[in-house]
Design a protein around this ligand. Structure first.
Ligand code: SF4
Length: 320
């Protein structure tokens, strides 16, 4: 049997998994939608990964988890390592590009910037509050324009004159988009304008005050959009690298950390159900009114998601 290491990145929109061999080569990988149920998403992920492996040859000896439901999934898989997204993405990116200086990460519902010097994270920022710089914004605009999100980037590349779109927030962007379509702007110009709007919003919010130094690596689900890559390169005036596995970097990073931990334990693909209780409620601390879901084991909280900031009204005990 050869040893293998599993990394799981459970986000609010997508769930990613990577299995590495002893030499950090990817033996299996999967990307699927979380669909609001991280437990079920991970069960589907595990069966997809299992199907790609040879059960007589490959033995998972350590698991790492990251992403918004990392503690819950870490508890359920007996993870050796549970790490935040910044660390996981930085380790994953540096494993492929040891000289990386700037990591741009744009996912379904949040975005990050990570600045690296000599292999160490020196600064970072995350944006979870404004949707205008995320994949969710592009998906909703694609729907509005009756375009398949997979075709969005290619359509943008046909534009010679991107339409300027107000990028301050989703509400402004949406009403501006409707106005520009009504006055006859071409679809490809509007799509290219939206790609630029995402980049402008990202740089003005999550990238505010950050010095972006080359080499720049772009990762997360939105890095698959060639229109957004082009907009980043034009606005930054420097090349932006996107890897084939740019959507899996968090899972890759945490699999590497699980391997480095040297903590090994028995892992079973048929995830055992641990006893837990869930409680959902609305946080009323600000006008976002986030829907928070908390998971408890023996009345103590083990994980929570849905809160868009650290000030969310998380209930530490199921009894209260
Ligand atoms: S978690 Fe609470 S305080 Fe934080 S953004 Fe959501 S509603 Fe506001």
């Amino acid at each position: 049997m050869s040893k293998a290491y599993l990394g799981i990145d459970v986000g609010s929109i997508s769930t990613k998994g990577v299995v590495l061999d002893e030499n950090n080569h990817i033996k299996a990988s999967t990307y699927l939608w979380t669909e609001g149920d991280p437990l079920y998403a991970v069960k589907r992920l595990l069966s997809a990964l299992k199907a790609q492996l040879d059960s007589s040859q490959d033995k998972i000896v350590a698991v790492g988890t990251t992403g918004s439901a990392r503690k819950l999934i870490g508890a359920m898989t007996g993870a050796a390592v549970i790490k935040n997204e910044i660390t996981a993405h930085a380790i994953g990116a540096m494993s492929v590009h040891p000289d990386v200086r700037t990591i741009i990460e744009i996912g379904g519902q949040d975005s990050k910037i990570i600045l690296i010097e000599n292999g160490i994270v020196i600064d970072y920022a995350m944006n979870t509050l404004c949707a205008a710089g995320t994949g969710a914004f592009l998906s909703s605009q694609a729907q509005r324009l009756h375009i398949n999100i997979e075709d969005f980037g290619e359509i943008a590349l046909h534009s010679t004159k991107p339409t300027p779109i107000a990028a301050r927030c989703t509400v402004f962007a949406e009403s501006d988009l409707v106005h520009k379509a009504q006055i006859g702007h071409k679809k490809e110009d509007i799509v290219a304008g939206l790609c630029k709007a995402v980049v402008t919003n990202y740089l003005n919010n999550v990238g505010k005050g950050k010095k972006i130094i080359s080499p720049v690596i772009f990762q997360g689900g939105v890095s698959k959009n060639v229109g957004v890559i082009k907009a980043f390169e034009e606005i930054l005036g420097m090349p932006v690298t996107v890897d084939t596995n740019s959507h899996l970097t968090g899972a890759l990073g945490v699999a590497i950390l699980a391997k480095k931990s040297k903590v090994e334990n028995d892992f079973c693909f048929d995830m055992t159900d641990i006893e837990f209780k869930t409680m959902g409620y609305e946080c009323k601390k600000c006008s976002n009114n986030c829907e928070i879901i908390c998971i408890y084991r023996e009345n103590e909280i083990i994980d929570a998601w849905g809160n868009k900031c650290e000030n969310g009204a998380i209930r530490k005990s199921y009894k209260n």
